[in-house]
Design a protein around this ligand. Structure first.
Ligand SMILES: [Zn+2]
Length: 364
């Protein structure tokens, strides 16, 4: 009798501990769930490239997939904005499936770990999205666009002058990772993250980088009762932005992408007057050819608050993840054609295979 009571209370205690762990995992000190596959040869932290980030909520996982064979080095960045799910999930699919046969690949699934640790303040998209992975139920986190003010450690300025010397009228943009390149070791926490990414690119001698983003979809809300609310961002979704030095490679990659997945993307060259963005500043500060991609995310449409960020019938996550991954592959191939240094990745899902079912089939 005593034994069974002890067992029962033991189970209750275990249940309480598990519940607390679950709450902690989705609370302030959120740790993203990443399950590396056999292709990952080394796991590092961003603070390995800039030590002051160590122990902060902005330190993030860096995965290295090194073939040991000479070739090109690529960097894949997801989660620059925490409310842009497809970039992070594309990075997860890469880390959990691919093996590099030539050259080296570096993947950061959650570039702004602070932003993914808080709730989406713009459209109120729910915090976690259940999927069925190879090993069972798993949750994909959805976060906010910018660094948590608590992690930034200082109030937003009225006007923000970023490290590239560009003044932004919206001071909250000082917490936008894609406005703070090339970063500043003495600057804000967000500026320190971009400084660390630039340090990584220099130390690892990265040849090409792709910063994966999402924008609102090309859809518009239909007019009802005279209440016409235009939506739809026809400028950003399905765009590849290229540093001026990478424009030929970008053009070739987009032609090959169209053949590969039958989706066309627009090509845009970095606007050299609009400073602080990854595609311009990485290429200016280093030898790396830097690119930025945009897929269409229903969760970012301002005219709807209930966008399905995983299973939308027209813009499912599988389509958006496939777009980024196949684009990166085609950029690497175009780089090899131009510069003779290859980055060969195996185990990357074909676009049609991604579309044939749910995203969880490609996650551990
Ligand atoms: Zn973005």
């Amino acid at each position: 009798m005593r034994f069974s009571i002890a067992r029962a209370s033991g189970f209750t205690g275990l249940a309480v501990v598990l519940l607390m762990l679950t709450v902690a995992a989705w609370g302030k000190n959120f740790t993203p769930d990443i399950r590396p596959g056999e292709g990952v040869t080394e796991q590092r932290k961003l603070s390995d490239y800039f030590a002051p980030l160590k122990g902060t909520n902005l330190d993030t996982d860096v995965f290295i997939l090194d073939s040991g064979q000479p070739g090109a080095t690529g960097l894949l960045l997801g989660g620059t904005h925490g409310n842009e799910l497809a970039g992070s999930v594309a990075a997860l699919v890469m880390v959990e499936n691919s093996v590099v046969r030539q050259g080296k690949l570096i993947v950061i699934p959650y570039a702004n770990r602070s932003a993914i640790s808080m709730r989406d303040t713009r459209n109120g998209i729910k915090r976690q999205h259940a999927i069925q992975s190879r090993s069972g139920k798993r949750f994909l986190p959805y976060g906010d666009r910018r660094t948590d003010p608590a992690d930034q450690g200082q109030a937003d300025p009225d006007d923000y002058e970023n490290p590239a010397g560009y003044v932004l009228k919206n001071g909250a943009e000082s917490r936008n990772l894609n406005r703070t390149y090339p970063g500043d070791p003495e600057g804000t926490r967000t500026e320190q993250v971009t400084y660390a990414i630039i340090a990584l690119i220099k130390e690892e001698q990265v040849d090409i980088s792709l910063d994966m983003h999402e924008a609102d979809t090309p859809e518009r809300k239909v007019q009802t009762d005279g209440d016409y609310r235009p939506g739809g961002n026809r400028r950003l979704a399905y765009t590849l932005v290229s540093h001026p030095r990478g424009i030929e490679i970008a053009a070739f990659a987009l032609l090959a992408l169209e053949e590969d997945i039958e989706v066309s993307m627009k090509l845009e060259e970095s606007n050299t007057k609009y400073r602080g963005l990854s595609h311009l500043e990485i290429g200016n500060a280093t030898d790396c050819l830097s690119f930025l991609s945009e897929s269409p995310n229903p969760g970012q449409d301002r005219w709807r608050s209930d966008g399905d960020v995983v299973n939308d019938p027209k813009y499912p996550l599988t389509h958006r993840v496939g777009l980024h991954l196949r684009l990166f592959k085609n950029l690497a191939d175009a780089y090899a054609d131009y510069h003779g240094e290859a980055l060969i990745i195996e185990g990357l899902p074909e676009y049609q295979d991604l579309l044939a079912g749910s995203i969880g089939r490609f996650l551990n």
